[in-house]
Design a protein. Structure first.
Length: 338
């Protein structure tokens, strides 16, 4: 029996190592494929720090509502809400959607000091940031090359996987958000996005004490972050309480810092609530779960106020869609309905 257990553990370790190597290969392959698909102008701008002509580029005068994403990685960078006409002939924005997606660095190429901005994930040249923007919006002007961007119109954002950003540009936006942690985020995301009423998901890291969390940091279990899934849902189709009840069926909320073979604080069960109403609902759901009799042990799920959410690396996003035979320990427990 002991030999069998050791063999099972060894096979599991080997499987995890193979997955991690496959993930690293997927990152390189995806990026290379995306680069190969770029036009000559896009390569000139993003890979060789080029600048396209003013007033002769795709988005300088675009006034449609939507978001602008990194042409290589697809990460959301700028919102139409923050776009303004600077008179320069290039797309100009007062701020990025998320500061963590932009890297600023000194640029001395023209014999004067400027501040270059690059996309963090793809390390692609975007343009420059200046301090002559609208004072009422912070005073910054992010002067960006159209060739470094891809525009996603508002009407296409959900289908394109950017539903979580709709609230930035749509005053009639009625969706709600919650962040949940319950073990490896691959399996969690796969099951959560299948729930009717969920319009968008992304995986990432939250709940820790270190800025700019990455997988290398979080996987050590020392940063306090949990592998998490941000869930955007339509409250007309799906209540927050029903999201949480489903959450308690797709992971084991009675095991502390563990899901299946995954052990560590990064795999703990957490509900990151957005407001007082969500907090009260979550408290009530946990109480009902404990009183339901369907769980053999007490619920250990933590309730924590939502904080900074750091996007996981691209190969983690929708991982099991890209790798159908990838590792997961998550499944739906019909017997845990309450």
């Amino acid at each position: 029996m002991m030999g069998t257990i050791k063999n099972i553990k060894l096979l599991y370790v080997l499987a995890v190592i193979m997955i991690l190597f496959a993930g690293g290969s997927a990152i390189a392959n995806d990026k290379e494929q995306n680069i190969q698909a770029l036009t000559d102008m896009q390569k000139y701008v993003t890979l060789h720090d080029g600048t396209e002509k003013p007033f002769e580029n795709e988005y300088w005068n675009n006034k449609e509502p939507g978001i602008y994403v990194d042409v290589i990685s697809g990460r959301a960078l700028f919102s139409s809400k923050d776009k303004f006409d600077s008179g320069t002939g290039w797309p100009s924005f007062t701020k990025p959607i998320e500061e963590q997606e932009i890297v600023a660095k000194p640029d001395y190429k023209l014999g004067q000091t400027r501040v270059e901005v690059r996309s963090k994930n793809a390390d692609a040249h975007l343009g420059h940031v200046f301090d002559d923007g609208p004072k009422e919006h912070g005073g910054s002007r992010y002067c960006i090359n159209s060739a470094a961007l891809k525009f996603i119109p508002k009407e296409q954002m959900i289908d394109a996987g950017y539903g979580e950003y709709l609230g930035l540009i749509d005053k009639d936006y009625k969706y709600e958000k919650t962040v949940l942690a319950g073990g490896c985020f691959w399996g969690m995301e796969e099951l959560l996005k299948e729930l009717d009423g969920v319009v968008g998901t992304r995986v990432g890291y939250t709940g820790g004490t270190i800025d700019n969390a990455t997988y290398d940091i979080v996987s050590t279990g020392t940063s306090g972050h949990a592998e998490s899934v941000e869930v955007i849902f339509d409250p007309k189709k799906l209540s927050y309480g029903d999201v949480l009840k489903y959450f308690f069926r797709i992971h084991d909320p009675t095991t502390k810092n563990q899901q299946g073979n995954d052990k560590g604080t990064q795999y703990r069960s957490v509900i990151f609530y957005e407001n007082d109403e969500q907090y009260k609902t979550a408290q009530d759901i946990i109480k009902k779960a404990n009183e339901s009799g369907v769980f053999d042990k007490p619920i250990v799920t933590e309730l924590i106020s939502a904080g900074k959410f750091y996007n996981a690396e691209d190969y983690h996003q929708d991982y099991l869609d890209k790798n159908p035979n990838g590792y997961t320990c998550h499944y739906i427990r019909d017997k845990w309905k309450f």
